[in-house]
Design a protein around this ligand. Structure first.
Ligand code: B3K
Ligand code: ZN
Length: 876
């Protein structure tokens, strides 16, 4: 396939100042008329051919300034429209009519039908599936959109911007005209038409402008949108307070659809959401669902400035809008909830998804330099690592200069299609800091490793750190340059307080941050009266791995005493990880793992420490996942042995702390009305974490079965169901609960996704047959992304023992399923296939089996560009 390279960027020859679209909607035959006001740039020679992008388009007619074009003047293929010799005048209007079949569009890109509702998804290159266009983000145009449809099947007609006209037509039809005054790239175009219910509200901006808010959902589900509406209003307020950014149109609409490739889409004034991230109430959604809704509603709303008002010059700059907007939504959630708990959750996600990506065959820089399929670059590197890079800029500059830089960015680039260089420049200008070395974070792939060894000299009262950074090689990038790594730290004295050194030398140390810039630094801290314990990378100030010999005693001290809550969690999780890796080695060597009593006791203490918020205690008690452990072991992975090792630690903690855990569990009063706020969610999280330990300690399903029966909210119900299904499959109450759940929620697909996921993640070799059987379940469909992710996605990424089977049956089933999905929805297939990216770290038998399965896909006929790109890079 074709490779796109950043160095090939050049501006277009023509611009499209205005775009008028007319849609006559019909399921099988929708007619789209596009009127494009085209201007030749002054620098473009007259007569330069105009080539517009298309994708599977059927061209009906082409006219220029009201005259239809002779055959010889243009060429229309499904993939492009070429005007061989456009008019030589500076401006002309091109009128193109295309015909679409939304009902047969299974890619969920362009215009498609989701449960009878017309909707669109254009980012990154879906607009070209609607009409021929210069479908790239640096072509900004003002859109006016007329939508016509039968009133009965589509009473709701929406597009971007404000509605300026509507009315009835003959034959039961009606129409609406929408106008968006802000020039925008085609990827932000959106249209929705259908029969939908609506939740209405309003928001008055800080300058007194009233905005009508609407959330459109399936009829009857309006009340399930109240939490999303509340999150929207809080987001609008937060962006005003924290960044001084106000909303800019009279309307802000959100539509929830049930067939959607990702979480949501930030179309100007008309966000379209996967209904999973809109609909929630206590009986159908878990606390995690509520938190996701809050974060994604905020994320899409924040894009209005970082993404829409300022967009990207080209898709290589994707992190310009995504990294920054993720950073903004992280900060929003941190302000709305508990900052430390939110940070721990972010770091867990980053380590679970971005680290393996960065350490495997799909590694790429936050700002990639080449791609074959841009859809495969909506990755956790671009999003999550991209956000970490913005966070580091703030750490380096401090909050005030950071805000100044953001203000300058908005002021200078409003209305632009900008680049990462533009972004970095504003921060350099406001702070007078040279960020050229820092910008390697955007250009150099791979997770840096920082090796640290510490020594204390009591005679000189000096504490010394020998620091060495290295960046491992990544595909097509073997030589790496040293990076600027800001490491927040603390030197902790015996009483737990931070010690302030009288002087430091060897690296810039400012505001509790060591700035590592060279390959090697030796940093001395002077005036240190007794040996301190080092708390390093506090708050996860840099997305790196740290290699440091720290005694179990020091780590236990940090877990108990660090003034940085994140540091406490990190120390404990390091201890767990070390214990688990050792246990894994024991299991591999046919020995019984043994665990340190101090660690087991520390778990009990943290559980009981009421000075700590429950959500933190829950996170601290959650052992690293099997995938986390695999990543830490790094090579020769045997998932079965990891599972045994992890279960052994869980049992050891449960057995020693059973009494204490039971007391806490029983004392937690969960009466009163359900509230989805962070505190209440934290209580439930702790209680459900303890429920798992207690079920292990008891060795029976009693507690889980009781909780399943009595739970009045989905968080507690699904937690109990997971314990029953995962630990007590033999117990009749497990099968009964699964059947009961299906009976209760069988007609609610979003809730049934939990049922699929819980069963897809039951560990053990029976998983492959179970998952196969579930693909035949009446509610399941390979064409709905949420169903596929709940069953196939969870199976392949969250069930290590069930997926990575020695005989390769898990991989073969996976490969066949992916090939089938690829026929209808290449994006979804490609995304799923990334579950195989770490295949090279498996032990030899599984590795070979994985290679065979990947080869089945690679050698199949008619594989999409999307899937082929992932598979070829994975195998390379
Ligand atoms: N910008 C969209 C993602 C579009 C993905 C296209 N494959 C959602 C978001 O990041 O807000
Ligand atoms: Zn985004």
């Amino acid at each position: 396939g074709q490779v796109f390279r950043i160095e090939d960027y050049r501006p277009t020859d023509y611009i499209i100042s205005h775009t008028r679209l007319d849609f006559i909607l019909s399921p099988h035959e929708t007619v789209v008329t596009a009127e494009l006001d085209i201007q030749r740039r002054a620098s473009t020679p007259a007569g330069t051919p105009l080539v517009l992008d298309g994708d599977e388009l059927e061209c009906v007619s082409v006219e220029i300034d009201g005259e239809s074009l002779p055959e010889a003047a243009f060429e229309a293929t499904p993939q492009k429209l070429t005007l061989h010799e456009p008019p030589s005048k500076a401006k002309f209007t091109l009128r193109i009519v295309t015909r679409l079949d939304p009902s047969s569009n299974s890619t969920l890109m362009g215009l498609y039908l989701s449960s009878g509702v017309y909707c669109t998804q254009c980012e990154p290159e879906g607009f070209r599936r609607i009409t021929y266009f210069l479908d790239r983000p640096d072509v900004l145009s003002i859109y006016t959109v007329r939508v016509e449809a039968p009133e009965q099947t589509a009473p709701v007609l929406l597009a971007n911007g404000n509605m300026i006209e509507s009315g009835k037509l003959d034959g039961g039809k009606h129409y609406a005209v929408w106008h968006d005054p802000f020039p925008k790239p085609s990827y932000l175009f959106a249209l929705v038409a259908g029969d939908l219910g609506m939740l209405r509200d309003e928001f008055v901006t800080s300058s007194g402008h009233k905005v009508d808010l609407g959330i459109y959902v399936e009829h009857g589900k309006e009340s399930r949108a109240t939490y999303a509406m509340d999150a929207l209003k809080r987001s609008m307020k937060w962006d005003e307070e924290v960044y001084g950014l106000e909303y800019d149109l009279d309307v802000f609409n959100i539509v929830a659809v049930s067939d959607f490739n990702m979480g949501a889409m930030e179309n100007k004034g008309l966000n379209i959401f996967n209904d999973k991230y809109v609909l929630a109430d206590e009986t159908t959604a878990t606390d995690a669902d509520f938190a996701n809704i809050e974060a994604i509603i905020a994320h899409e709303y924040f894009h209005n400035w970082t993404g829409n008002r300022i967009t990207c010059r080209d898709w290589f700059q994707l992190c310009l809008k995504e990294g920054l907007t993720v950073f903004r939504d992280h900060e929003f959630s941190a302000d709305q909830r508990s900052r430390a708990v939110k940070r721990i959750a972010e770091v867990r996600t980053l380590r679970a998804h971005q680290f393996p990506e960065d350490q495997g065959p799909l590694a790429h820089p936050v700002r990639p330099r080449r791609y074959r399929e841009i859809n495969n670059f909506y990755t956790s590197t671009v999003y999550e690592k991209g956000s970490e890079v913005v966070r580091m800029i703030r750490t380096i500059l401090g909050p005030d200069k950071f805000r100044e830089g953001m203000d300058l960015y908005i002021q200078r680039h409003d209305g632009d299609a900008a680049t990462i260089e533009d972004f970095i420049k504003v921060f350099e200008e406001v702070s007078g800091t040279d960020l050229s070395q820092f910008s390697l974070w955007y250009h150099q792939a791979g997770t840096p490793n920082v090796a640290i060894s510490a020594s204390y000299d009591p005679a000189k009262q000096t504490f010394t750190l020998d620091i060495e950074q290295s960046v491992p090689p990544t595909p097509s990038e073997t030589r790496k340059r040293p990076m600027h790594i800001p490491l927040a730290f603390g030197l902790i004295g015996p009483d737990g307080g931070d010690i302030k050194p009288s002087a430091t030398d060897g690296a810039t140390v400012a505001n509790g941050v060591i700035h590592i810039k060279k390959r090697k630094h030796t940093v001395h801290f002077h005036g240190i009266a007794s040996r301190p314990v080092l708390s390093i990378n506090r708050g996860f100030s840099a997305p790196v791995t740290i290699a440091m010999e720290q005694s179990a005693e020091d780590l236990l001290f940090l877990a108990r005493k660090d003034s940085d809550l994140f540091g406490r969690w990190q120390a404990l999780s390091l201890l767990f990880t070390e214990a688990l890796v050792q246990a894994f080695r024991a299991v591999r060597g046919q020995k019984t793992p043994v665990f340190d009593e101090g660690l087991i006791r520390a778990a009990g203490e943290i559980a009981a420490d009421t000075a700590l918020e429950p959500a933190f205690r829950a996170l601290a008690l959650t052992l690293p996942s099997e995938a986390d452990i695999a990543r830490d072991i790094g090579a020769n992975i045997d998932p079965a042995a990891i599972h045994i090792a992890r279960e052994a630690l869980l049992k050891a903690i449960a057995a020693s702390n059973a009494e204490g855990f039971a007391e806490i569990f029983d004392a937690m009063n969960l009466e009163g009305p359900f509230r989805p706020d962070a505190d209440s969610a934290g209580q439930r999280a702790l209680r459900n974490t303890l429920l798992d330990y207690l079920s292990v300690a008891d060795g029976n399903a009693d507690r889980a079965a009781t909780q399943y029966r009595t739970a009045s909210n989905m968080t507690d119900k699904s937690a109990a169901l997971a314990i029953l299904a995962h630990r007590f499959a033999e117990d009749q109450r497990s099968a009964d609960a699964l059947a009961d759940f299906e009976r209760k929620f069988g007609s609610d697909p979003l809730v049934m996704d939990k049922w699929y996921q819980i069963q897809a993640t039951i560990p053990g070799t029976a998983a492959v047959d179970r998952v196969k059987a579930l693909t035949q379940h009446k509610g399941f469909s390979l064409s709905n992304p949420n169903r596929v992710r709940a069953l196939i996605g969870s199976y392949s990424s969250m069930n290590q023992t069930g997926f990575h089977q020695e005989d390769g049956s898990g991989y073969r089933f996976f490969a066949e399923t992916i090939l089938q999905i690829d026929k209808g929805n290449p994006q979804l297939a490609a995304r799923l296939a990334t579950a195989m990216r770490s295949w090279r770290s498996l032990e030899p038998v599984r590795r070979e089996a994985a290679r065979e399965a990947l080869t089945i896909i690679a050698t199949s006929k008619n594989v999409s560009t999307d899937l082929r790109d992932i598979i070829e890079r994975t195998l390379a």
